[in-house]
Design a protein around this ligand. Structure first.
Ligand SMILES: Nc1ncnc2c1ncn2[C@@H]1O[C@H](COP(=O)(O)OP(=O)(O)OP(=O)(O)O)[C@@H](O)[C@H]1O
Ligand SMILES: [Mg+2]
Length: 387
């Protein structure tokens, strides 16, 4: 499983700049990186100077880096049509005393985005996925969804009993059961996403902010709400620090900023803080991004093997797959044997992870029956027969 690095913060503070720089730095170090953006303004494309689409596309000039812009339309997972289908008669039903606003699940969009992200995360072909989140301020509202769904489901099912009561008397209560099942399936899916996001072996969250009082206050609040869900927040970038120039105005700003940084450091003592100065121009294009990556992480060294490798901001990354001789190692934190499957098709080995199959790269064709598979310490080792 790939490592997931999330960058979040208020609008315009530098999320795209820091996440894109990190992705470029990691790819330059030899990792296979997918940069995912959920920003409808396409700023990730602008920052890199390439057009990204809804499927991973290779970024020119950075071997190993692929980009993807989550398309809001494609977020609708398999569960949603079924869910709305089941709810349809209720939502339009005149007798429903549940108003429309109660029907809207807060954070449903984000839940869908993360569900889509999960598909890539589970693909062992990626080493690191860098996620440039949208500037909503409620990016992770959906974390509370499972509890909301639980409360909500009871209401809906009660409603369903009332409106569907007569039909149920005639035809049985199959529909109610189906609805309950769909809601529960969706709730479990979100719980799964939450488990992944809370696993520090998979996910790390970096806050991005600016050295202004409002920015700092908002960041401390964001940290607290993320910590409530036990999300592994490890670093914070304080971007746009005023450079040290001889001018009274500049020096006054710097004094104020130093005070705000002090507040931040005292409020969040466990975070790796990193200051980045305001540059004399926007940060666009690969050279500028590489220079920011260097400021944030220094030279990123990845040696042989799965890792982990430490980079700046208290972040750690892992390879998704490591091929060595007759053995392929897959990094699969949090996985249990029951969620894994193995089969082959035309000489290609397919590893199933949580019901989704991924081809495993290997130097020559092999059959599943010839492969020796062993899951140990979160690593799946596939040993291929000697020729
Ligand atoms: N340290 C810096 N010095 C100069 N310009 C910067 C710096 N950091 C970011 N910028 C510029 O500021 C603008 C906003 O940065 P960026 O797009 O990274 O913010 P964002 O948090 O992703 O914004 P949004 O919330 O709109 O997605 C960009 O034009 C970027 O090039
Ligand atoms: Mg952005």
């Amino acid at each position: 499983m790939a490592r997931l690095l999330l960058f979040g913060g208020k609008g315009g503070v530098g999320k795209t700049t820091t996440s894109t720089s990190t992705a470029v730095g990691l790819a330059d170090a030899g990792l296979k990186v997918l940069l995912v953006s959920s920003d409808p303004a396409h700023s990730t494309s602008d920052s890199l100077g390439v057009q990204l689409g809804s499927e991973p596309s290779e970024v020119e000039g950075v071997p190993g880096l692929w980009g993807l812009e989550l398309d809001p339309e494609s977020r609708i997972s398999d569960h949603i049509p079924k869910l709305t289908e089941s709810l349809g008669p209720l939502m339009g039903g005149e007798s429903a005393d549940l108003n429309a606003s109660e029907m809207i699940l807060p954070g449903l969009d984000e839940a869908m985005a993360f569900d889509e992200l999960l598909k890539h995360l589970e693909n062992p072909g990626w080493d690191v996925i860098v996620f440039d989140t949208a500037p909503t301020g409620h990016t992770l509202r959906f974390l509370a969804l499972p509890e909301i769904i639980e409360k909500w489901a009871d209401k809906i099912i009660k409603m369903h009993r009332v409106t569907g009561g007569i039909r149920a008397m005639m035809f049985g209560s199959k529909e109610g059961d189906k609805l309950k099942e769909e809601l529960d399936k969706f709730r479990r899916r979100v719980l799964h996403v939450r488990r992944i996001l809370c696993n520090p072996e998979v996910t790390r969250f970096t806050l991005v902010t600016i050295p202004e009082k409002m920015g700092v206050n908002e960041t401390v609040r964001a940290y607290k709400s993320l910590a409530e869900f036990e999300l592994p927040v490890t670093g914070c970038v304080i971007n746009r620090m005023t450079p040290d120039l001889e001018h009274e105005f500049i020096q006054t700003r710097r004094t104020n900023e130093a005070g705000n940084v002090k507040t931040l450091t005292e409020s969040l003592p466990n975070l790796h803080l990193h200051e980045v100065e305001l540059k004399d121009s926007d940060i666009h294009g690969l050279d500028a991004l590489r220079s920011i990556s260097n400021e944030l992480h220094g030279k990123i060294n990845v040696s042989e093997g799965l890792g982990p490798f430490t980079i700046g901001l208290g972040l750690e990354v892992h390879r998704g797959t490591w091929l060595q001789g007759d053995e392929v190692q897959l990094h699969l934190p949090g996985i249990v044997r029951e969620d894994l499957s193995l089969r082959s098709e035309d000489g290609t080995i397919l590893v199933g992870i949580n019901g989704r199959e991924h081809p495993v790269e290997f130097t020559r064709p092999a059959k599943a029956s010839q492969v020796n598979a062993k899951l140990e310490d979160e690593v799946l080792r596939l040993t291929f027969p000697a020729e």
